[in-house]
Design a protein around this ligand. Structure first.
Ligand SMILES: Cc1cc2nc3c(=O)[nH]c(=O)nc-3n(C[C@H](O)[C@H](O)[C@H](O)COP(=O)(O)OP(=O)(O)OC[C@H]3O[C@@H](n4cnc5c(N)ncnc54)[C@H](O)[C@@H]3O)c2cc1C
Length: 394
């Protein structure tokens, strides 16, 4: 059987692969999009609690982690959130804005997948699901791809196989293995936007409080401070603020918790409470769940009667409230991670075209690259923006 020939073969029908295929198809290219999974966009479907936080009103390079912080600038500037929002509006998809500019669909993530599938049809892209890649070779300037549906050839090859999180959704290290095959550097991967687990000896204390949520500010030894909900789980800590800080946390290091993020001067606040003979538990009531107040006071032996506190003890209390150093022992792993940090080194590809510097005709887009967004729709915006930039140049 003669191999099927295309201008472009795109491996990975997730957010980045579908979007790149659509844009390339509209440019008149003969595009084949393949995926080993039975359905496209599996991560889109479960994203944002089923509502898909598809972008953010304010997207800046500071919202991304990458060995080269300048790498993301060009693609993000050329494909801004408004363009994706306009597309949703053309498809009559209703959405809402939540905290910090995050945009979610109102009627479910399935609508984003349906929109992308419709546009794959409109742009004339051929989609092959359940397609397994056996080998990839470059011969006489063209790509030869051996697959479970036969041999394919193409002039350009785009890798959009994503990161390692959520292995049950068919995540694979294909993109990184192929990079190594062609001599491209890869930054080791680790789970990101992931719950943190506590050492076994402390788990009983946390487990007793599982289900409680507090507003906190949290900082890792390096990286920004994040404010938001922290959820206590049976294994440790989760919730938006913890997922955010997990991207910066390194094994063996502490995270620092401020348990009263809405107060600007906690020591001053404590002095006033002492002078007015108020109880500590009463003062904490507007901020924390009752069970957490009790457990925390017992754990750190802070008695209720603030009138008996001297300056040194008040200092200790203020520090414990605003700079509680916690040593997680691990993350909950790829099974619970929303993204992977690391990936194909951005020094290997052009930030304008996403083509490999070493291997002409080979392109990398989306999460498979060493680019990780904060929580808040930034990872999808990266998928759309990198896919768009690549599609303009292939
Ligand atoms: C639970 C969860 C919730 C999330 N929520 C959000 C959110 O609300 N907002 C946000 O911005 N981000 C969110 N993310 C992150 C976001 O889903 C990813 O960053 C984004 O999907 C990356 O797009 P991608 O196209 O690069 O990779 P993916 O979407 O992962 O797509 C990769 C595709 O490649 C295919 N593939 C992999 N290996 C092979 C292979 N060997 N052969 C053929 N095909 C292969 C996969 O089947 C998949 O279809 C969430 C992630 C998870 C896990």
């Amino acid at each position: 059987m003669r191999p099927k020939s295309y201008d472009v073969v795109i491996i990975g029908a997730g957010a980045a692969g579908m979007f790149c295929a659509i844009e390339a198809g509209y440019r008149g290219l003969n595009v084949l999009l393949v995926d080993h999974a039975p359905k496209p966009g599996a991560k889109i479907r479960i994203s944002g609690g089923g509502k898909c936080n598809f972008t953010n009103r304010r997207v800046e390079p500071k919202h991304f982690i990458c060995a080269n912080p300048h790498f993301v600038k060009s693609a993000l500037a050329r494909y801004q959130p408004d363009l994706f929002i306009e597309r949703l509006e053309r498809h009559n998809i209703a959405y809402e804005e939540r905290d910090n500019g995050q945009l979610f669909t109102l009627d479910g993530a399935g609508q984003i997948i349906a929109m992308l599938r419709t546009e794959l049809d409109w742009s004339g892209v051929e989609l092959q699901l359940n397609c397994h890649i056996n080998s990839v070779l470059k011969q006489q300037g063209a790509w030869t791809i051996e697959t479970s549906i036969g041999q394919l050839t193409s002039t350009k090859l785009v890798i959009a196989t994503g990161g390692l999180s959520y292995p049950k959704l068919r995540a694979s290290d294909f993109g990184m293995a192929l990079a190594k095959q062609f001599g491209l550097a890869v930054i080791p991967s680790r789970p990101g936007l992931v719950p943190l687990t506590m050492p076994a000896r402390q788990q009983a204390w946390w487990s007793d409080l599982a289900g409680l949520s507090l507003d906190v500010k949290v900082t890792a030894q390096q990286g920004p401070t994040f404010q938001g909900a922290m959820l206590i789980t049976h294994q440790g800590l989760s919730g938006p603020s913890i997922l955010q800080v997990s991207n910066y946390w390194q094994s063996g290091e502490p995270i620092s918790l401020n348990l009263l993020p809405s107060l600007t001067d906690v020591l001053d606040w404590l002095w006033h409470l002492k002078q007015n003979a108020q109880s500590l538990s009463g003062a904490l009531k507007p901020f924390w769940p009752k069970r957490f107040i009790q457990a925390w006071q017992v754990k750190f032996d802070f008695a209720d009667d603030l009138a008996n506190y001297n300056q040194a003890r008040l200092d200790q209390l203020a520090k414990q409230l605003t700079e509680w150093q916690i040593y997680p022992d691990d993350t909950a792993g790829y099974a619970k991670a929303e993204v992977s940090l690391g990936g194909v080194a951005t020094s290997e590809v052009s930030s304008k075209t996403f083509e490999s510097n070493k291997v002409p005709g080979l392109y990398y887009i989306g999460e498979v690259l060493d680019v990780t967004g904060h929580l808040g729709g930034y990872n999808f915006q990266w998928a759309w923006a990198s896919a768009h930039a690549c599609a303009q140049s292939i």
